[in-house]
Structure formats: C-alpha cells, structure tokens
Write a protein that binds this ligand. Sequence first.
Ligand code: HSE
Length: 450
Amino acid sequence: MIEYRNLRIALLGAGAVGSQVASLLLEHGDELAGRVGAGLELVGVAVRDLEAPRSTAIPQQLLTTDAHSLILGADIVIELIGGIEPAREYLLLALNSGADVITANKALLATHGPELFELAEQVGAQLYYEAAVGGAIPIIRPLRDSLAGDRVHRILGIVNGTTNYILDRMDLEGDSLEEALAAATELGYAEADPTSDIEGYDAAQKAAILASLAFHTTVPLELVHREGIASITHEQVVSARKAGFVVKLLAVCERLTDPATGVEGVCARVHPALVPLTHPLAAVHGANNAVFLEAEAAGSLMFYGAGAGGIQTASAVLGDVVSAARRHVIGGPGVAESTHADLPILPISSVVTRYQITLTVSDRPGVLAQIATLFSTHGVSVEAVTQSVGHDTGHGPSAGAGHHLSEPTATLVIGTHQATEGALADTVAALGASDVVTAVTSVLRVEGTE
Ligand code: HSE
C-alpha cells in the first residue's frame, strides 16, 4: 500500500545513459514504486537541444532547456550531462535546495568531490554515484557499505573499457594499437577524441574515487600517478603472452609503507602492467571492466561486468534512485562520506613491485655478466632471464650508448623480484647508458603476483 506522496525526479541530460534512465523510469515506474513505497514521478528532463535525436523516445512535454527551474522543484536530481560545468553548478543548486543527487560524473567527483560531499553533509542530503565507476558493476556500494567493517589492502581495477578492448584485440587478434583503436572507435567504445581513455585520465579519475572510498581518505586526482597505453606495442603484447602474462591498463590503489621513510599511507596509480594469465583479471576481455580487491577479512573479491553502455549504466543509476527514494520515505540523514582515516598520499616512488625489462644487447661473451652487475649494483634482484638470439627490434624508448649496427644482437627478457621504483629507474637509466645495451625496448610493472 503506497501512502507516501509521489517523489519528484529531475533528470539532467538525455544522452546514451540519460535517455535509458528516462525510458526505464517511465516503463518500470510502478514496480519501482512498489519497492520504494512511494510513486516515482519523472517531472522533467533538462537538455540543451529540444530537437536532438535520442536513443529512446522521451515524451516531448518532459523535455526542457530550463535546468534551474526543474532542479528547484525536485526531490531527487539525476545529473548525467558529464563534464565539470554546468554539472557542478547544478549539483550545488540541487543540494542547496534540499534534493538528494545522483551522478555518474567521475570527472566532477574526482576533482570537486570534497566540495559536493561537504555540502551534502551540511544540508543532510545524499550524494549517490554508483554509475561513476565501472558502469553497471556494483562497486561503490560494496566499498561504502558491504566492506565498511573490513580493511581494504589493495584494489586492482580494469576500469576503462576502451583500453581493455584495445589491449585485448592486440593480444587476441594481433592488431597494432592503431588498428585496435580504429576498431574501438567504429564500435563506439572510444570517443572521437580518445585521449582521456588512451592516456589514462578516465581510469585515473576512477582510481581517485575508488581509493578515497576504500581507504577513508580523500585522494586528490592530481596525486594519482598516471601512464596511458599509447606506447604499448604489438611486440610487447606478444612477448608478454609468451612469458605467461597479458598487458592490462590497471588502476592500482593500495595501502603501503614507504620503504625509505617508514610512512604508512595510500598510493593510487594507473599504468599498463603485466598480469599473469592465471589471474582472474587476465580473463577480462573486450570492453568489460573488473575490480579485484584484497581485504583483510574478506580476502580476494572480484566485481565484473559491463563498464559502460547506456542501458547497463542506467541500471546503476536506477539503483541509486531507489536508494535515494527509500531514504525520503524512511527519513534520516543517510550515509556521510567517510574520510576519517586521512592517510598520507604516497608518491609512485614509494611503490615496491616486480618488473619485466626487455633489452636488445650485443651478443658477445661477458654481456650477461655486465648486465647482471648493473642490476645488483642498484639493489635490484633478478628473478628470471630468457634470451633469444638474433632478434633486433631496432627501436625502443632508450637507445644504448654502444649501438654497433654490424654486431649480432640478442633479446633479453629480465624479470625482477620486488624492487622500489627508484632502484628500478636507476637500473633502467644505467642500462640505457651501457655499452652493451642496444636498446631498452620495454619496461613494465608486474601486478597480481605475490
Ligand atoms: N570511456 C569510458 C570507458 C566509459 O571506455 O570505459 C566509461 O567511463
């Protein structure tokens, strides 16, 4: 029996996700009302252009270009326009006018999250954002609620579908990065300007959001270390598979202790990494996303599914709508953002991990010994070396000082034990300057091993 008044829902944006949210709200309104205990009334959809083509039919009388009036008359405001402004201004207005807000806007949360969370707490409103990371995958609520009694140690996330699709094609279809990107663009995964995906900005925003939640600490976007996949080559992907790995763009968020200073804190980083073929993340194909998480009591958990897509992302938004609506019916202040731990944010130089380095070297006696000495001089312990003779890739990020064109060369793939970023960087610099090294063709971190 529904006795509560209808809740007024304003939708800002009718793009790929927004039009699906409108359509699902209109189609399943009665069922959702039963779950909430109140009717959910979509009172309007704010758009820039009333005549623009949309992926679902929204009744014309719901469309408006007057976002302000729509916001001021709503109980729940859903922001799906993306970007920083005017999304930020609209959300501040909505919170100030007493509405709960729902957003999928990772860029806004990663840059202005604290301002929005603070205002939400002040006015006793809720800010929901399940769709901001991992599309349809429930990951925000598990981190915020289900794991609130546990201690998260580490998150390894594939949180950008476009780059996962590209790397997967390079691995399984033998594409070059350019070919795979063209395919991703054709399928509508990559944006017309794919910089945000390829260069890791999109994944870094999601890493900032996940790390902040997981470690109860505000992690500013500018402190997330970021490297994209633009320099990943087909050769690296092939050689990774031969060695039992797959290349993935990972968002890594972890608690750690800086080995030099002893400071305990958190670090968030986005970069391509080698993941063992036996790790669950290696089985994440196509444009799918997955978040693999290690917690003290729960152990390892993995959340997997569609990381983007209009209707898939709309599922996460509607889950937030039901949560927000239930709170209206039940009352109470809701869950505040938890940043009480306020841990130091550590730089990438604090990270200790394993590496795989590929070198083209002169194939003559004593070379291996010289290279081994360079590693030991810098305190980096070698775990495994494989050599193949006569394969000169001829190019790489760092040409050695002693490049002799006529000399036979060999390719060395060197896996290290755990080492600090600093020691590794010094080793790579020394290798680049060595007489016996023709080129350092690849340096990749190895994640997902003990
Ligand atoms: N461009 C993003 C991706 C969309 O490729 O995953 C979802 O944020």
